[in-house]
Design a protein around this ligand. Structure first.
Ligand code: ATP
Length: 358
């Protein structure tokens, strides 16, 4: 178990600043996710932690050890990258044993540790199998065993499940989390899949242009984003511009193009004042549709799209005052409304509307 401390890390590729004075602390035993748009620096950061990229400035510490200039094999990190394919001509045992053979570990010790690593990923007894005789999920388990067998100080994962079908992906999410927690591993995990991050992470960071824009638990980032960027990147949301009209305790009234709305939740570390320009973030599942106008927070329009998905019904409500339709997601729908003539009112509770800096 190791803490990872990254201080003011800079990595440039020619004119591109891939990491821009990035600071990050990851606690021992934490399963930490990196999220962000394509090109925001996630893989560069992971590779810098692994020692595969030498930074231009800044430091990386594992506990008290400065590993910034240490070559990859001396950092004792276990890696599971999407492109890190298994060797098809070797059996499962030899694939997993490879890292230990390289380190000249005695044969009896190799056998014991490979068996132990295969048991960790629930592949015991399958050491003699050829790689091509394994399912996609089993191959990923072998790749994970290969990363674990060296008893890494930390585990680095870059889109490890992206080649799997959705059912296997969900199964492997739980497996990876179980293994990390059972063995107290510090793990850093890069993904494009927000559900993967939300369901697995202890904490996560959102990157943009080589910087971290917010870190927190999945609930923090989903419920209390600090910016419109984070709120629309983690999950889906509706963004509505407005101006703070009145503030009374933690009750805010906001003028918007679709009418006045009341909200109770401001972004962390911020107290908006009357006259401030703001952006409201309302998640689709926080909105509900009504025929009769609700007492407060009514946004009125006509339905331009209705999609029934079984567990949810998804609606697009077009308001006259605004170009972008409002997205509404109804959970456990008993029917789907396809009426495009009636004026419907969407409403959200004040505690479900997040006020963000404009
Ligand atoms: P993705 O989600 O698409 O994998 P990412 O967030 O992992 O993206 P990085 O791969 O870290 O982003 O890239 C960050 C920036 O650095 C991008 O602008 C990318 O083009 C650039 N970059 C990364 N590796 C190299 C390289 N070896 N040579 C030149 N530029 C690079």
């Amino acid at each position: 178990m190791v803490t990872i401390r990254i201080s003011s890390l800079v990595k440039r590729f020619g004119d591109v600043v891939a990491l821009d004075h990035l600071d990050l602390d990851i606690a021992a035993g934490e399963l930490f996710f990196l999220l962000g748009p394509s090109g925001s620096g996630k893989t560069t950061l992971l590779r810098a932690i692994a020692g595969l990229h030498l930074p231009d400035a800044g430091t990386i510490h594992f506990d008290e050890d400065d590993v910034t200039r240490l070559p990859p094999h001396r950092r004792e990190t276990g890696m599971m990258f999407q492109s890190y394919a298994l060797w098809p001509h070797l059996n499962v045992f030899r694939n997993v044993a490879f890292g230990l053979e390289e380190r000249r570990v005695p044969k009896t010790e190799i056998r014991r540790r490979v068996d132990e690593a295969l048991a960790m990923v629930k592949m015991d007894g399958l050491g003699a199998r050829r790689v091509h005789e394994l399912s996609g999920g089993q191959q990923q388990r072998v790749a994970l065993a290969r990363a674990l067998v060296i008893r890494p100080r930390c585990l680095l994962l870059d889109e490890p499940l992206s080649n799997l079908d959705s059912k296997l992906r969900v199964e492997m999410r739980a497996e990876i989390r179980r293994i990390c927690k059972e063995f107290g591993l510090t793990a850093v995990y890069v993904t494009h899949d927000q559900k993967e991050a939300l369901s697995m992470a202890d904490r996560m960071a959102v990157l943009d242009a080589g910087k971290i824009v917010q870190t927190g638990t999945p609930v923090d980032l989903y419920r209390r984003p600090r910016s419109a960027f984070v709120s629309s990147f983690v999950g889906e949301t509706n963004l509505i511009e407005g101006t703070i009209a009145t503030v009374s305790g933690d009750e805010y009234s906001i003028h918007t193009e679709t009418g006045d709305l009341s909200a109770r939740l401001a972004a962390p570390d911020w107290k908006p004042a009357p006259g401030d320009l703001v952006i409201l973030s309302i998640r689709p599942e926080c909105l509900s549709l009504h025929v009769d106008p609700p007492a407060e927070n009514a946004i009125t329009g006509r339905l331009i799209e209705s999609v029934y998905l079984g567990e949810t019904a998804q609606y697009s409500l077009k308001c006259e005052e605004r170009e972008t339709p409002l997205h509404i997601s109804e959970l456990n729908p008993h029917r789907v409304i396809r009426d495009t003539e009636t004026r419907f009112h969407a409403t959200a509770k004040p505690e479900d509307i997040v006020i963000l800096k404009s």
